[in-house]
Every structure is written in C-alpha cells, then in structure tokens.
Design a protein around this ligand. Structure first.
Ligand code: FMN
Length: 126
C-alpha cells in the first residue's frame, strides 16, 4: 500500500516523512502518473483550483481503481471547512474518509494513521 500525497507548504510532506511508509508525491506541474498499485491519498485542504491536481491524478489511467481511501490534513480554525478537500474526494470517488489531522500531525496522529493503513492493507490483501 502506497501513500500518495501532494503538499503546498510542506506540512503534509512532513507528516508522510514521519509515518515512514512507501510514498509517492504528486508532481503539481504534472500530476499525470500511473501508479499501478493500491494507495491511500493524503491531501491538504485548499480551494479547488489548488487541489484539482488530486483529481487529475485519480482520473489518470488505472489510478482510480487502485484508490482505497483518503486522509486529510487541515486546520481546525476553519471550523466546518476542516479537511473538506479529503471529504469531498471521498464522496466524489465513493471511497472511505479514513483519517484527519492538523498540519503535520502529532506523534499520536502518526501512530493512529499507521494502524489505519495496516487495517486497509489487510483488507486489500484478502
Ligand atoms: C489559503 C489557505 C486556505 C486553507 N483552507 C483550509 C480549509 O478550508 N480547511 C482546512 O481544514 N484547512 C485549511 N487550510 C490549512 C491547510 O490545509 C493545512 O495547514 C495543511 O496542513 C497544509 O498542508 P501542506 O503544507 O502540505 O500544503 C488552509 C491553508 C491556507 C494557507
């Protein structure tokens, strides 16, 4: 199971580095890359003009079939808009919203997210 992410100011990238699992960073200038393996998408929260690289990636070749779930990085100061990008993707592509965290995540977030990833991994292997 790969973690696929993009990051604008580096917070999501820092979270992914702390998690330490195999990861692929979406290139914001060219998101059209076929992954060819199951993945969980981890996305920060911004206006759609910024986050549509995630849609471009998902919709490229076989990537949509390999998408197992989504996690969101956000900031609770945004209230009802907290992690809406990940929530919107979960709804649009009919996949589970697996996890959310603020900024680059706390040590607890890192541990809890790893558990979520391994649960999805064991389900996918069945
Ligand atoms: C212009 C701007 C708009 C944002 N809007 C939201 C938002 O609507 N909801 C939210 O939860 N976080 C919002 N955030 C917070 C970021 O999604 C959050 O800090 C995230 O960790 C950034 O990840 P990145 O550094 O990987 O890009 C916003 C941040 C900025 C700078």
């Amino acid at each position: 199971m790969k973690l696929v992410y993009f990051s604008v100011t580096g917070q999501t990238r820092r979270f992914i580095k702390k998690v330490g699992l195999p990861a692929y960073e979406i290139d914001q200038t060219n998101p059209f890359h076929e992954l060819n393996e199951p993945y969980i998408l981890v996305v920060p929260t911004y206006d759609r003009d910024i986050t549509e690289v995630a849609d471009d990636f998902i919709e490229f070749k076989s990537n949509r079939q390999q998408l197992k779930g989504v996690a969101g990085s956000g900031n609770l100061n945004f209230g009802d808009l907290y992690v809406y990008t990940a929530k919107d993707l979960a709804q649009a592509y009919q996949i589970p919203m697996l996890f959310d965290f603020e900024m680059n995540g706390t040590p607890d977030d890192v541990e809890n997210f790893k558990k979520v990833v391994s649960e999805i991994e064991s389900k996918t292997a069945r």
